[in-house]
Every structure is written in structure tokens, then in C-alpha cells.
Design a protein. Structure first.
Length: 195
């Protein structure tokens, strides 16, 4: 290998030439680079915004914001490294009811962890793919609307629905944009004037 080719290879780990510890041990001690983790999320992560019917809430819907990062058992150490790096989330079996599914998932849904750890990490270490960057941007906008409590208003709820359904990947989800905006229109019509 030429010196130029050697320089052009991006290391997956922050390893010095004096370090003789194996890559597996490097992962276990948290030496995976932030760039590697961001790239890994680019391929395997999900900035999830979902909707759940809740009759006890004013608009009848709960808005769920979560980050998911899945991996097969052989890559669980990457999930552990990411959790340790962010000091956030928890790891659980991805689908415990399905005996054939042996994957694990890192879940971050605590609002303080999303606000103070997850979002700042990806602002500092941007994602590379266009689709994942857009997903993160929408997630951030939705989270901001929720933080401002505007999701409790019909206008804020409709803004979130428009953001979430602005990507083509939302078409196969449980609820359609029409389900959500139709519900908010009913609420708008039944609200006393001036509210």
C-alpha cells in the first residue's frame, strides 16, 4: 500500500500506533470515533415520530418522539458504545415476542436526554445521507414544537402532521395524514368561537 493510500483510509477507531489493544477491546472501552457512530446511525438509526390515539388528551392524540438504533447480536457492542458516549437511553431486545428476531435496539425517548444529549450530538456530528438528515431535521422541529407546548393546539398538531408526512416513507404507517388532520378539523369545528 502506498503512503497516499494509507493516509486516505479513515480509521474506525481512534488508535495510536503504540496501542496494541484489539478493535473489539477498543469498542468495549468506548474508543469508537464520533464520526463512525454518526455514520452507523446514518445506516441503522431512526428518528421516530409517531401518533397514538389517546381519548384522555385534549386533541385525542399522543405524539411520540424516540430515537432507535438496531443491530444484530454481533453488533450489540456498538449500541453499548453509543449509549455510553451519549450517557442516554437503554438497550432492549428489539422484538421479544418473536423468538426468531435476535436483534437489539437502543432506545432514547427521555425528553431531557433528547434535548441535552441526542440533538446536540447530531448537530455537532452531522449525518451524511440526505434522507437521514431530513429525518433528523423533522424530528428536531417536532421536538421543538412539543417543547413549546404548541402540540396541544390544533395549529401546532397540524404543523407536526404536515412535517411528519412530508417524507414518502410515512405512507405505510398505521395512521394517514387524513386521519390526523380530519380529527383536528372535527376538534376545530366543535370548539367554541374564539378558542
Amino acid at each position: 500500500m502506498t503512503e497516499r493510500e494509507n493516509r486516505d483510509i479513515m480509521p474506525l477507531y481512534n488508535m495510536s500506533s503504540k496501542n496494541t489493544v484489539s478493535a473489539d477491546n477498543q469498542q468495549a472501552t468506548g474508543q469508537i470515533s464520533n464520526e463512525y457512530l454518526a455514520g452507523f446511525v446514518d445506516g441503522e438509526g431512526c428518528f421516530y415520530v409517531g401518533f397514538s390515539k389517546r381519548k384522555d388528551l385534549p386533541l385525542g392524540w399522543q405524539i411520540i418522539t424516540e430515537f432507535h438504533l438496531s443491530q444484530n447480536p454481533g453488533g450489540k457492542n456498538i449500541l453499548e458504545a453509543f449509549r455510553e458516549r451519549l450517557k442516554a437511553g437503554y438497550i432492549k431486545p428489539n422484538n421479544p415476542k418473536n423468538k426468531k428476531d435476535r436483534t437489539w435496539v437502543l432506545v432514547i425517548k427521555n425528553r431531557d436526554e433528547i434535548r441535552n444529549k441526542l440533538i446536540p450530538f447530531f448537530e455537532k456530528h452531522p449525518l451524511f445521507s440526505h434522507n437521514k438528515r431530513k429525518q433528523f431535521h423533522i424530528f428536531k422541529q417536532v421536538f421543538s414544537i412539543i417543547e413549546q407546548k404548541r402540540h396541544l393546539t390544533v395549529e401546532g398538531f397540524e404543523e407536526i402532521a404536515s412535517l411528519v408526512f412530508s417524507t414518502p416513507t410515512r405512507g405505510n404507517k398505521k395512521y394517514s395524514k387524513e386521519d390526523l388532520t380530519g380529527a383536528s378539523e372535527t376538534i376545530r369545528q366543535n370548539s367554541p368561537k374564539g378558542e
